[in-house]
Design a protein around this ligand. Structure first.
Ligand SMILES: O=P(O)(O)O[C@H]1O[C@H](CO)[C@@H](O)[C@H]1O
Ligand SMILES: O=c1cc[nH]c(=O)[nH]1
Length: 234
C-alpha cells in the first residue's frame, strides 16, 4: 500500500495501462482482461488486474494532468515494480490531416513545464517513448487497419487554453495532438529505467471543432487499448 494506491504488494502487474479516466480503466478491464479484479479505489482512482492472452496486466486510472500522472507513475514503478507503462488517452488534433478517431502514437511530448522541471532545472530533456514499445505499437495499429500517426505531441498543463499563438506555433512545427500527461510519464519512466509509451485516440479537433460522438467512444478507444496490449507483449 502507498499513500495513493491501496493495492497489496503483488497485486499490481509489471505491465500497467494508464487511462486518465478511472471509469475507462473499469471499462477496459471488463472488456479486454480475463479475471479482472479491483485492486485500487483510493480516491476513486480505479485499478484492475487481470490477464490478456495469459499475460498479467493492470489497468490503472492516472487522473488528469501531469501532477496526478507523476504521483501514480512514481508509486507504480518505485513501490510496485511496474516496468512497462502505457498511457491510453484521448487527445485533441492539431493537424488538418489528423482526424477524429485516428490513433496518435507519441514519439516525444513537448511542454511548457512538467513536475520534473524542479529536478531537471535548466536541462531541456526531451521526453521520449521507449523505442521497442513504439515500434510494436505502430506495427500492431497498422495491422489492425487503424489510421495511425506517429510523431510529437504536446502535453499541456491546462485544458482551457488561452494561448492560441502557442497552438499555432505547434501546428506549424508538426505537433500532432494535445493531451495532458505523456511528457511526465516519459520522464518518470526514464528516471527509473521503466518503459513508457502513449497511445492516444483523437476525440476532438482544435482546428475544425469536430468531436467524437459519445456513442462512438468505446469502439474508437477499443483500437487504442488493443494496440497498447499488443505492444506491451510483442
Ligand atoms: O482521456 P484522458 O486519458 O483523460 O486524456 C485527456 O483527457 C483529459 C482532459 O479532458 C486529460 O487527462 C487529457 O490528457
Ligand atoms: O487534453 C486534451 C484532451 C483531449 N482534447 C483536447 O483538446 N485536449
Amino acid at each position: 500500500m502507498t499513500i495513493h494506491i491501496g493495492a497489496e504488494p503483488g497485486q499490481i502487474a509489471e505491465t500497467v495501462l494508464l487511462p486518465g479516466d478511472p471509469y475507462r480503466a473499469r471499462w477496459a478491464a471488463q472488456t479486454f482482461l480475463q479475471g479482472a479484479e479491483l485492486v485500487n479505489e483510493t480516491r476513486g482512482m480505479l485499478a484492475y488486474t487481470g490477464t490478456w492472452k495469459g499475460n498479467r496486466v493492470t489497468i490503472h486510472g492516472s487522473g488528469m494532468g501531469m501532477a496526478s500522472m507523476s504521483i501514480y507513475a512514481n508509486e507504480l514503478i518505485r513501490d510496485y515494480g511496474a516496468k512497462t507503462l502505457i498511457r491510453i488517452g484521448s487527445a485533441g488534433a492539431m493537424q488538418a490531416h489528423v482526424q477524429i478517431r485516428d490513433l496518435v502514437i507519441a514519439m516525444t511530448a513537448s511542454t511548457l513545464s512538467t513536475p520534473s522541471a524542479g529536478i531537471l532545472r535548466d536541462l531541456n530533456l526531451a521526453p521520449c517513448a521507449d523505442w521497442g514499445l513504439l515500434h510494436a505499437a505502430v506495427t500492431a495499429a497498422r495491422a489492425r487497419g487503424a489510421r495511425t500517426h506517429v510523431g510529437s505531441i504536446y502535453s499541456s498543463d491546462v485544458f482551457y487554453d488561452e494561448r492560441p499563438d502557442l497552438n499555432e506555433i505547434m501546428t506549424r512545427h508538426g505537433v500532432l495532438a494535445v493531451e495532458m500527461e505523456a511528457a511526465e510519464l516519459y520522464l518518470v519512466a526514464a528516471r527509473h529505467q521503466a518503459r513508457a509509451l502513449a497511445v492516444l485516440t483523437i476525440s476532438d479537433h482544435l482546428l475544425t471543432g469536430a468531436a467524437l460522438p459519445p456513442s462512438e467512444r468505446e469502439q474508437s478507444f477499443g483500437d487504442m487499448v488493443e494496440t497498447a496490449l499488443q505492444a506491451a507483449f510483442a
